[in-house]
Ligand binder design. Structure first.
Ligand SMILES: Cc1ncc(COP(=O)(O)O)c(C=O)c1O
Length: 374
């Protein structure tokens, strides 16, 4: 008997699980005739802000746009420095540049995936020319960055804090959910995310009413009143159809995250003792396992072996941003070369992870992984 292939992720499984509600929501939007902003978007913004526990959520076209708008809403642009990591989706860095600001890249923690607060501090001491303006910690793979250390540093240096929550819907530190610590939180609803749309979609969230108003203006040409731009803006509105789908899926997020955590615990148990580094957990924090990322010396060998066994894997991400052709040699790095970031990219492997994967499939992944090391 041949076993079915196991994909690394499968957003269509989530659609199938909630197909009746999603189809009805889409049909409602189609029949309603409002295809830009309006009731569906407003309702989802309220639901999302309530879920997060902040006053305002402003829906946008993607996570990348959310980050760009956040930077711009904080009045950060040309001549301003924005500190972030290179071990992230390119979107984090691209958004800073799209806002006209200058990214400053700092290394990640020893044996961790997120910004090293010590590297941030060093970068703030020896910054390149420009005004230190903001820090964008990325809660990568579903694990909160070290906000306990980053927030006081940001306060001391007068930096705005913009949280990249694209991979951390529902992840929490002892002090609260990711997305509630900074000035603005930015979420992606890319279909594979913990809360995923059926296309591109994103959200900004903030407690600050002034920032919320600015975000609303910038997402729609800078309009304060229709057709009159009070400031320079762009067009990046959350689509009503995506808002309706997301509103159906939001109530299932906690259960989906719990299923991800169960699969992660099965992986932890089954992979223990192998020459692999398993995902670290920040003490006291809730990890929501957007990805389950192991580190292996022979990562490419393990990946090929799993692929031959019908098991899909991913690499998030194969090249740090600073080493990609569009960025190489032109971004400030602290320390030069970002040694931990560079080493990490060569070792990481994302195992199959999505709520509908199931424990039996996770056990097959474990068995195939164990066979590689025999
Ligand atoms: C960490 C991170 N930041 C930003 C983004 C950008 O989100 P989007 O693809 O919705 O533009 C993503 C997702 O791709 C991401 O994983």
């Amino acid at each position: 008997m041949s076993l079915a292939a196991i994909p690394q992720t499968d957003p269509s499984a989530s659609y199938r699980e909630h197909q009746a509600e999603i189809d009805a929501a889409i049909a409602r939007v189609l029949a309603g005739g409002q295809y830009i902003l309006g009731r569906e978007v407003e309702a989802f913004e309220v639901a999302f802000a309530t879920w997060l526990g902040v006053a305002h959520a402003v829906g946008v076209g993607s996570g990348t746009d959310a980050l760009e708008l956040a930077v711009r809403a904080c009045d950060i642009g040309s001549g301003d420095l924005v500190y972030t990591v290179s071990h992230t989706a390119v979107a984090t860095v691209a958004a800073i540049e799209r806002a006209g600001a200058t990214p400053v890249l700092v290394d990640i923690e020893k044996d961790g995936f997120a910004m090293d607060p010590n590297a941030l501090e060093a970068a703030l001491r020896q910054s390149p020319p420009g005004r230190p303006a903001a820090v964008i910690p990325v809660h990568l793979y579903g694990e909160p960055a070290d906000m306990d250390a980053i927030l006081p540093l940001a306060r001391r240096h007068g930096l705005r804090v913009i949280e990249d929550c694209a991979q951390s819907h529902g992840a929490a530190a002892p002090a609260g959910l990711t997305g509630t610590f900074g000035d603005i939180a930015c979420f992606s609803f890319y279909p594979t995310k913990n809360l995923g749309a059926l296309g591109d979609a994103g959200m900004t969230a903030t407690r600050d009413p002034g920032l919320a108003t600015t975000l609303r203006e910038i997402r729609e040409y800078g309009w304060r009143e229709r057709y009159i731009s009070a400031r320079v803006g762009i067009n990046t509105r959350l689509a009503p159809m995506q808002a309706a789908v997301l509103a159906e899926k939001l109530p299932h997020l906690a259960a989906d995250n719990a299923r991800r955590q169960t699969i992660a615990a099965v992986y932890d148990d089954g992979l223990a003792g192998l020459p692999l580094a398993l995902p670290p957990r920040r003490p006291g924090c809730t990890h929501v396992f957007h990805q389950y990322v192991v580190r292996a010396g022979d990562r490419d060998g393990l990946r090929a072996h799993l692929g031959a066994a019908g098991i899909g894997t991913g690499i998030h991400y194969p090249s740090p941003v600073h080493a990609q052709p569009a960025y190489r040699g032109r971004l400030a790095e602290f320390p030069a070369g970002l040694p931990r970031t560079t080493q990490m990219a060569a070792q990481i492997l994302s195992l199959p992870m999505y709520p509908q994967l199931g424990v039996a499939a996770a056990r097959r992944v474990i068995e195939a992984t164990r066979r590689f090391f025999i």
